[in-house]
Each structure stands twice: as structure tokens, then as C-alpha cells.
Design a protein around this ligand. Structure first.
Ligand code: UDP
Length: 234
């Protein structure tokens, strides 16, 4: 296996599946099945989940809600998604722990780095909810930071497109797709891979990112086996 410990970032929007809002159980089931396959192969899996299907701080600001308040609301939204993931993972027979960046002791453990690593070593899927627990950050930044903290081998950004393109492939069908690109080149080309905080954290800590299509069943398994899927940024 190419990777022993992975951090998978899933956006809140991905959980909507074909729906306009909320959580699509079909999509959730597919994700759980894919993750279970790699867990069964002995890969240690941590997941950071977004909240964009429910609430985003920046958007809240536009409707008159205080930005910081909105960001905390966004963090709570990620916990709702994290709980849905946890439930679905357990339904598939996986052992899980939900760790939160905000204290919420009735539903999850607080994030404690050493404890997170211990859970992973024991084969539990660790889901990180509530981002890093601070406003003005995103769950992409959370993914980079937590991956570094738990010494993950790679950040896997699961999306609905099959990699990084020179332009939005849904708008321009002639956009060029990259299979491999350096951090520097991605920066110079202004490719929108992750927000700058998240991107820089990975670059400075030599943590590779793979952007791939998580909605195609089996892709996750191929990646951990070392197959070329999506775009590798390193
Ligand atoms: N958020 C935050 N701090 C964090 C992580 C998230 O304030 O560390 C808030 C922020 O308002 C963000 C929202 O939670 O818009 C949902 O997260 P995100 O937009 O990253 O979700 P995604 O786009 O991945 O679904």
C-alpha cells in the first residue's frame, strides 16, 4: 500500500448527492462502503467533513448575521454531517470516534491529538467535526492541519470532479486536466485547489494532496493501492 494513514476531506455539499439540500443516504452509503474497503485493508482513516450543505459563515454574513456567529453556526453544521457519517459508518460495521473542535461532550470527544492517533492505531475511523474550532477558517484548512498533526501520509480531497483542471471543466469542456502538479506550479497558475491557508499548510509541511472523484465507487481503494487517480499535488 502506498499510504498507511490517510486524511479524507469531504465537503458538506458532496453529502447532498442528487438532493438540493440536506443529506442523501445513497451517497452516504457509497462513501461508507468505499471507506470500509480501505479500512479492511489495514489503512488508517481520518475524515474531515464540511458543512456547506447546511450553513456557511460567509454566506450568513450576506444575510445580516454576524460573521463570527455565522462561522460557529457553520462549525455546528459540520457536526450534524459528522454524526450522520458516524452513524452510517457504524451501520457498515466500522469502529468510529467523532472528535470535535468545539466542546460537545454529549455527542463527541474533544480533539486531543494523542488520543486521535491512538484511535487510528486501533483501526477506528476518526471523524473530525466542528473544524478547528475557530472562526475565519474552513474545513479545508482543518483537513490540512489535522493531517499534519496526526502525521497522515496524504490529504485526499474527495470531490465530484476527477482532478484539478486549468479551468472549471463544468464551464469549459476544453479545460486541461493535470495528473501531477507541483505546489509552486499550482500556485502560479492560480488553480483553485484549496483555500490559501489550507494549501500553504500542506506545501510548507511537504504533505501531498490528491484531488479525486469520490463519487465513483472504488476510487479510494485505487488511490491507497498506488494507482493514478485524480490529481496529485506535491
Ligand atoms: N468553519 C469555521 N472554522 C473552521 C471550519 C469551518 O468557522 O475551522 C465554518 C465556516 O463558516 C464554514 C463552515 O464552517 O463556511 C462550513 O465549513 P466549509 O465551508 O469548509 O464546508 P464545505 O465547503 O467543505 O462543505
Amino acid at each position: 500500500m502506498t499510504y498507511k494513514r490517510i486524511l479524507l476531506k469531504l465537503s458538506g455539499e458532496a453529502l447532498m448527492g442528487e438532493k438540493q439540500h440536506g443529506i442523501d443516504s445513497k451517497r452516504l452509503t457509497q462513501y461508507a462502503e468505499d471507506i470500509k474497503k480501505v479500512v479492511n485493508e489495514g489503512i488508517e482513516v481520518a475524515v474531515v467533513i464540511g458543512g456547506g450543505n447546511i450553513f456557511r459563515g460567509v454566506e450568513a454574513e450576506a444575510s445580516g448575521i454576524d460573521r463570527v456567529q455565522g462561522d460557529y453556526m457553520g462549525m455546528l453544521a459540520t457536526v450534524i454531517n459528522a454524526m450522520a457519517l458516524q452513524s452510517m459508518f457504524e451501520k457498515q460495521g466500522m469502529y468510529t470516534r467523532l472528535m470535535s473542535g468545539l466542546k460537545m461532550e454529549q455527542v463527541c470527544e474533544p480533539f486531543i491529538r494523542r488520543r486521535a492517533i491512538r484511535h487510528l492505531e486501533k483501526g477506528r475511523v476518526v471523524i473530525f467535526g466542528a473544524g478547528i474550532g475557530n472562526p475565519y477558517f474552513t474545513t479545508d484548512s482543518t483537513a490540512s492541519l489535522r493531517a499534519i498533526e496526526i502525521e497522515a501520509d496524504v490529504v485526499l480531497k474527495g470531490t465530484r470532479v476527477d482532478g484539478v483542471y486549468s479551468e472549471d471543466p463544468e464551464k469549459n469542456p476544453d479545460a486541461e486536466r493535470f495528473s501531477n502538479i507541483s505546489f509552486q506550479e499550482a500556485y502560479e497558475k492560480n488553480l483553485n485547489i484549496m483555500d490559501m491557508t489550507a494549501f500553504t499548510l500542506c506545501q510548507e509541511n511537504n504533505l501531498p494532496i490528491i484531488v479525486f472523484d469520490m463519487n465513483t465507487p472504488g476510487n479510494l481503494q485505487k488511490i491507497v493501492a498506488g494507482e493514478e487517480v485524480g490529481t496529485l499535488i506535491q
